[in-house]
Design a binder for this molecule. Structure first.
Ligand code: CMC
Length: 388
């Protein structure tokens, strides 16, 4: 009995290694560098699938037939526009605000417009999935335009999901290779087991609130620099390094200051993240076509240097290390990198939301109380000053 109590009460900071759910959505083997969505290897999906097909696979558990995929794409296309009152609301956001905050607020606002929650109705689930997947990119692109005082660019009906987003962002149709590579980036970021934002989505979902609140809470969690926000910080870091010659001095300085190196390390992967490998090859394809970038040379040299110094601790490049270089080349502003991550990850959040509803129990973990007991209430005159 005593040993059982110890196991139950053992505290693991960050819940490391504690299973918090059973899931059949994705699988990570951090020692061998394997990532699978519904059992299919990420490398094969990146080669053969598309983001929307992958989103369907994650959410409904199986690859769609041709007809199912066509219907899904048609539904998404139909729901891409956002209501003018959402645009009006977004126009009031301060232009200096971070796009992730704008996205969180607008994702939550969708719940005001589609408020008839019916979690036991498959049609409600399907429509919510479609609306969220369809509207999130439009809202990200709209904020990018509106913060400059421009009207948002309307979605373009003849462009598919990835190409349409780049079009709304840059006001011109992207080159087919750029659109394809961006679509692959979305696939790579679509799902990753029970990471911080997904857990946040699952906790929110477990209260049986609406899916817009689920997505809004996950967006808020993704925003932090230890999670999705790292891709922004990587670019800032590469710019600060500035030249290949400065790679080693910069790294030495980080190591001396014991500061975390952005784009490296992972709770689960102890080898190079398989998504980082694919992203690196995308960067190379893009630069072959459009011309190199000195920051890629710096990145490659920096990765080698970090591996030499920290590889023994299992610290290697993660998904955020190379993604920013692709996004920059596609004309995506740095502060939109994390919203772009959200556009992709929404597929995983929705898959977990749907799975959670299937066998729901509200999340209510325990804590180990470290405070005092039976403390007497001190009258104001008896209290010592306390720094405020
Ligand atoms: N740079 C330098 N040292 C590191 C790094 C890093 N990026 N990551 C981990 N370490 C060291 C850490 O100092 C610690 O060393 P020691 O045991 O000697 O004190 C050890 O490795 C374990 O680190 P941890 O912080 O306890 O590991 P964690 O599993 O809690 O954190 C992480 C994982 C991703 C938050 C962390 O590696 C990190 O902060 N990385 C930089 C931020 C980043 O790139 N985030 C994106 C993660 S991947 C995409 C996503 O999840 O969104």
């Amino acid at each position: 009995m005593a040993s059982k109590m110890t196991t139950v009460c053992e505290y693991k900071p960050g819940l490391e290694g504690i299973p918090a759910a059973q899931s059949s959505i994705s699988y990570v083997d951090g020692q061998r560098g394997i990532l699978e969505y519904r059992g299919i290897g990420i490398e094969e999906l990146a080669q053969k699938s598309t983001f929307l097909e992958t989103a369907y696979l994650l959410i409904w558990g199986e690859l769609p037939t041709k007809e199912e995929l066509e219907a899904f794409k048609r539904d998404i296309l139909y729901h891409r526009r956002i209501k003018y009152r959402i645009k009006d609301m977004m126009k009031c956001f301060p232009e200096t605000g971070h796009p992730m905050d704008a996205l969180q607020a607008s994702a939550a606002a969708l719940g005001l417009f589609y408020s008839k929650r019916a979690l036991d109705n498959p049609d409600y689930i399907r429509k919510a999935v479609v609306r969220i997947l369809a509207k999130i990119p439009t809202m990200v692109a709209a904020f990018k335009q509106m913060r400059k005082g421009n009207e948002p660019v309307q979605p373009c009906d003849h462009l598919d999901y990835a190409a349409n987003f780049l079009y709304m962002l840059n006001e011109q149709e992207p080159d087919p290779l750029a659109a394809h590579l961006f679509d692959v980036c979305l696939m790579l970021h679509a799902e990753h087991t029970i990471n911080a934002s997904t857990f946040s989505a699952m906790v929110t979902a477990s209260t049986l609130t609406d899916p817009y609140a689920v997505v809004a809470s996950a967006v808020g969690t993704l925003a932090g620099p230890l999670h999705g926000g790292a891709n922004e910080e990587v670019i800032t870091m590469l710019e600060a390094i500035g030249s290949v010659d400065n790679v080693h001095p910069y790294l030495e300085d980080c190591l001396q200051r014991k500061s975390k190196i952005m784009g490296f390390g992972h709770r689960v992967y102890k080898v190079k993240d398989p998504r980082a490998k694919i992203l690196q090859s995308l960067v190379e394809q893009l630069f072959d076509k459009t011309g190199g970038d000195k920051y890629y040379e710096i990145a490659v040299e920096f990765e080698k240097a970090v591996e030499e110094k920290l590889g023994y601790k299992g610290i290697y490049a993660n998904v955020d290390f190379y993604s920013g270089l692709v996004y920059r080349k596609l004309g995506i502003p740095t502060d939109l990198f994390t919203p772009v991550f959200a556009i992709a990850r929404v597929a995983g959040w929705l898959a977990h939301w749907k799975e959670q509803l299937g066998e729901n129990r509200i999340y209510r973990p325990t804590q180990i109380y470290t405070g005092s007991h039976a403390v007497p209430y001190l009258e104001m005159t008896q209290r010592d000053p306390y720094p405020y």
